[in-house]
Design a protein around this ligand. Structure first.
Ligand code: VG1
Ligand code: CO
Length: 549
């Protein structure tokens, strides 16, 4: 086996964002680009020799090519064994589950998550560590630093492609390659957590569900679990075949992009339960008939009812949510007498809390929910949790949420995304906001119900990890209003075109007679206050948000 040393300076050189390195496919197709990132990763793993890695992706365009390259590089870098998902497929939560179950050293996931795929779409790569979770900042920073300095990489030359479509063991030089069933370990874990009998009975009694895989990697998992193990009728899973371009879908499970599912869930003939997941199946959207659940509410409802599910019947150690996620979960934690942690955006910040046993459930407003069963957010897991709750209580999705609001109050919530802003303009907006921070507390805004909306305090969120003490600053500008309303501004770290400004809006309403307002109307005064403070239109030159969820 020949080791090629390429002497040209490669150029990954891009700071990994919220979740790994994400770029347009043609950027990844440049000579040495992927190789630079992968060699930089191997270089910062000094004890990699002989170790086992897990490798798979969401099946998007370039997945198969990248897998062969990574296998050759792993062999040349002394990796002992690679477990590859058949067809190159593994969802993000499945990688996490496989790493943990098999005691692997780490894993490489090929995905740009909910970003569109295909030759003109996006590609991405992320590294997970031995606990099954995303590499923490010190690891991603080390990879980045290494990409700036390396001038060669190691790759096994002259080897035929590994057949990744057939299960079983093989080798590449001295390295073992085992092609594994992408679903088996994951499905087994789900059976340990949820009451499959009760859920089977729910389907047998005639209840109906529609799960939209959006032509992404969730399909094979959903087919095996819902239609296979739980006896849901064939056709419960739609768009279930993973496609390289996601069938032209934007595999982002939210009301703006999953329009087909929203339509199918409306009207008296709609199924009882609707759900979708994203490109790499770590996100989830939950729907009832004519009813959409916000991700922040979803986390709170799961937490409040967790003991109905076998895997959580002993109760929760704590809850963790990302800072922009609504405070609905905090209300549940308070009632349960457990801690609620507030972390920066990105799943990697939950890892230490989960490892230390201080949090059991975690969630983000961006359609991400998960628990201590793996170290990633987990789309199918969240959907099974909701299914288990419906089957155990006999209540519909809407009834579960309404009962929750009646008990805990309602946190109206929305996120406004302003996409495709010129980077300098977005940076200028954030810089201006940060400059204004000291003068913001006490500022008042009109509110339609006559009560004045008043900023109690404003800051730029900083987080000190309660487990290892590491500090992350500049995680989003927060306007904290008296009475609990909040507006948060931050720039996306996952986009590939210009900048995206995310504006997160939240208002608490205790009064049950006021739980039926349209969300945007309930948040109108806050939306106006956000514009008044940040001058979004003037800064961006845009008139309206691109996506409202
Ligand atoms: C977005 C979400 C964040 C999520 C991240 C990765 O990041 O807001 O909550 O953790 O995507 O999710 P950003 O920086 O664009 O706001 V995934 O499904 O893309 O791995
Ligand atoms: Co994702």
């Amino acid at each position: 086996m020949k080791i090629l040393d390429i002497a040209t300076r490669p150029f990954a050189g891009q700071r990994p964002g919220t979740s790994g390195l994400r770029k347009k496919v043609d950027v990844f197709q440049q000579p040495h680009y992927l190789e630079n990132f992968v060699q930089s990763l191997f270089d910062i793993l000094p004890d990699r020799a002989g170790q086992t890695l897990v490798l798979g992706g969401d099946g998007r365009f370039h997945n198969r090519v990248a897998i062969q390259t990574i296998l050759r590089m792993a062999a040349a870098n002394g990796i002992g064994k690679v477990l590859v998902g058949r067809g190159g497929l593994l969802s993000t939560p499945a990688v996490s589950a496989v790493i943990r179950k098999r005691g692997a050293y780490g894993g490489i996931i090929l995905s740009a998550s909910h970003n569109p795929g295909g030759p003109d779409g996006d590609f991405g790569i992320k590294y997970n560590i031995g606990n099954g979770g995303p590499a923490p900042e010190k690891v991603t920073e080390a990879i980045y630093a290494r990409t700036q300095a390396i001038d060669s990489y190691r790759i096994a030359g002259d080897t035929p492609d590994i057949d990744i479509d057939r299960l079983g063991a093989g080798s590449l030089g001295d390295m073992q390659v085992e092609v594994i069933d992408p679903v088996a370990d994951y499905a087994e874990l789900m059976q340990q957590l949820f009451d499959f009998e009760t859920m089977r009975a729910w389907f047998a009694a005639g209840h109906r569900m529609r799960y939209d895989a959006m032509c992404a990697v969730g399909g094979p998992y959903a087919r095996a679990i819902f239609e296979g193990m739980l006896g849901a009728p064939a056709g419960t899973v739609v768009n279930g075949e993973p496609r390289e371009d996601f069938g032209g879908h934007h595999p982002d499970p939210n009301p703006a992009h999953a329009t087909e599912l929203i339509a199918a869930m409306s009207g008296p003939a709609a199924p009882d339960f609707g759900a979708a997941s994203d490109g790499d199946a770590d996100r989830n959207m939950i729907l009832g008939r004519d009813f959409v659940v916000t991700p922040s509410d979803s986390l709170a409802v799961l937490a409040a009812n967790a003991t109905l599910v076998p895997g959580y019947k002993a109760g929760l150690a704590g809850i963790a949510r990302s800072m922009p996620t609504s405070c609905a979960a905090d209300a549940v934690a308070k009632a349960l007498g457990i801690a609620c942690f507030e972390t920066p955006t990105g799943w990697k910040f939950f890892g230490n809390l989960l490892d230390a046993g201080r949090a059991t459930l975690c969630g983000e407003e961006s359609y991400g929910t998960g628990s201590s069963h793996v170290r990633e957010k987990d789309g199918l897991w969240a959907i099974l949790f909701w299914l288990n709750l419906q089957a155990a209580t006999g209540l519909s999705v809407e009834a579960l949420v309404r009962r929750h609001w009646a008990g805990f109050g309602r946190h109206y919530y929305s996120r406004h995304d302003w996409e495709g802003i010129a980077t300098e303009r977005a940076d200028a907006l954030m810089a201006a906001l940060r400059d204004k921070l000291p003068g913001l507390s006490g500022r008042e805004f009109p509110s339609p119900d006559g009560a004045t909306l008043r900023i109690g305090s404003a800051d730029d969120f900083a987080y000190t990890d309660p487990v290892d003490g590491s500090v992350s600053t500049r995680q989003g500008v927060r306007l904290l209003f008296e009475g609990g309303s909040r507006v948060v501004f931050r720039l996306s770290g996952t986009g590939t075109e210009g900048a995206t400004l995310r504006v997160y809006l939240e208002r608490f309403e205790a009064d049950a007679s006021r739980h039926d307002q349209p969300t945007q109307q309930a948040l109108a005064a806050l939306i106006a206050a956000a514009e008044a403070v940040a001058g979004i239109r003037a800064h961006t030159g845009k008139q309206a948000p691109t996506v409202i969820t």
